[in-house]
Design a protein around this ligand. Structure first.
Ligand code: PLP
Length: 467
């Protein structure tokens, strides 16, 4: 019989409180109160430990965010020191050293002329701020009809009312209301799912034509901005066909439509650069939104970085006496800002961006090799982010079919083998801490391979795999 230690009682209490009182993001309501989630107790490097003391590789890197890994003492000390000296300041009327220095640093590492930083509390509020800015900007400039924001199917931009309205993942819309007046959705860039019978170049041409058609239909005078994740992350790590982002960007320029690049996932090293927009995809957006890796998840923080040109268009003599009446009690939080500054310093000191560029080819090659397992329909990714998209038959390309929940099955097998994955219906996505070594990448994919094969065997046994 297991000994009833105080620790066991404490864990049972936490589980009960969690089941009964914690209303989680994406709460699975039919199973409310019975989730019995893994209780995470601590983290170190790329690993987390569960309540039984089991060590697991953190495949999703928290929620695409723990870039420098767990237990970074320098970041923890920077947080503690700032909290001791000045834990909070009112950002509406005062400034602080950490926030001002962070804005300057972000202006330095952001592409093009992006040099005005609006600090927020996370990614959703960064996107919300960017969208509100687009409307405000056009109103001030005497173009009040430019309201529609073009977004894409399969995108995810956040959970505030506005950022959720801009998100195109159909599965997240059930029983929620959204502001449909403000957004128009373009097709998803998922070639595997939607490109049947076409070459990738033809598929890309179709997407570009769809953008041109929508602009013609809606009228550029009614379109404020186009928002796009450089890689559609939560939509299943959708990497658009070669040249797509640049072509959409050029069309936006041609039609005086602002371009918002949502780099909440792709920013801060995920693709081996501070930001992917220019360094990877050759575009200089008007606004970049970021969060997550900005603090490596140690504290909440986000930012909407706005171009100098746009800022000049609405300030001083152009301001028409207005205020940008948008902001949060915790905009520019000094402790979060100190955390972000130290996080960026750790990136620089340890050469983390270079490290990602060095190990990413192995990560991508190991992931692509998984395609030989029949349930794996597609593998997608770039840098240190990837997705394994699974199926129950060779003609099944719908990652959202909820019937078999292949992701949860893979998660169960991999968890037992020491790897945490992030299941999204029939997909599993990966974005491990960027400090992951080549040996750890090998270990991670060896486990994933075993987990996928065990899932395949299970599907065959249960007669689900149709071949
Ligand atoms: N934008 C993108 C591309 C995201 O992936 C996310 C979250 O996953 C968000 C915005 C929202 O960020 P947050 O959860 O910090 O509000």
């Amino acid at each position: 019989m297991a000994l009833d230690t105080g620790l066991d009682r404490e864990l049972s209490a936490i589980r009960a409180y969690d089941n009964v009182h914690w209303f989680h993001p994406w709460e699975n309501l039919p199973q409310a109160g019975q989730q019995n989630r893994t209780i995470v107790t601590r983290g170190e490097g790329i690993h987390i430990y569960d309540e039984t003391g089991r060590k697991l590789i953190d495949g999703p890197g928290g929620m695409w965010c723990v870039q420098v890994g767990y237990g970074n003492a320098e970041i923890v000390m920077a947080i503690a020191e700032q909290a001791m000296v000045m834990p909070y300041n009112n950002p509406f009327g005062t400034a602080s050293g950490p926030a001002a220095k962070l804005c300057r640093k972000l202006a330095e590492i952001a592409p093009g002329d992006l040099d005005h930083v609006f600090l927020t509390t996370g990614g959703s509020t960064a996107v919300d701020t960017a969208a509100r800015f687009v409307h405000f900007y056009n109103n001030i400039r005497g173009r009040p009809t430019k309201k529609i924001i073009l977004a894409r199917e399969d995108s995810y931009h956040g959970s505030t009312y506005l950022s959720a309205s801009l998100s195109g993942k159909v599965g997240n819309k059930s029983h929620f209301d959204h502001d449909a007046r403000l957004v128009d959705f373009l097709p998803s860039a998922n070639y595997y799912r939607f490109g049947k019978g076409k070459t990738e170049a033809e598929f890309c041409d179709g997407l570009i034509q769809a953008l041109r058609d929508r602009i013609k239909e809606l009228g550029a005078e009614n379109i404020g901005a186009f928002i796009a994740e450089p890689i559609q992350a939560s939509g299943g790590v959708i990497v658009a066909p070669e040249g797509y982002l640049k072509r959409t960007y050029d069309i936006c320029r041609e039609h005086d439509i602002l371009y918002v690049s949502d780099e909440v996932v792709t920013g801060f090293g995920r693709l081996g650069h501070w930001f992917a927009s220019k360094d990877v995809f050759g575009i200089e957006p008007d606004i970049i939104t970021c969060a997550k890796g900005l603090t490596s998840g140690y504290l909440p923080l986000g930012a909407a970085i706005v171009s100098k040109r746009l800022y000049a268009d609405i300030t001083n003599d152009n301001a028409k006496g207005s205020y940008f009446a948008n902001g949060y009690t915790y905009s520019g939080h000094p402790v979060s800002s100190a955390c972000a500054l130290k996080n960026i310093e750790v990136f620089e000191k340890t050469g983390l961006l270079e490290h990602v560029r060095k190990v990413a080819p192995l990560f991508q090659a190991r992931m692509r090799a998984l395609k030989s397992i029949p349930i794996v329909g597609d593998v997608r990714g770039m840098g240190l982010v990837g997705c394994v998209d699974c199926r129950v038959s060779t003609d099944d390309t719908d990652p959202w079919n909820p019937r078999h929940k292949l992701g949860a099955r893979i998660d169960r097998h991999c968890n037992a083998l020491g790897l945490l994955v992030r299941p999204i219906i029939n997909m599993c996505v990966f974005s491990p801490p960027l400090i992951i070594t080549e040996a750890q990448i090998e270990e991670m994919f060896a486990i994933l391979e075993k987990g996928l094969k065990a899932t395949m065997d299970e599907l065959v046994r249960e007669g689900i795999w149709k071949g």
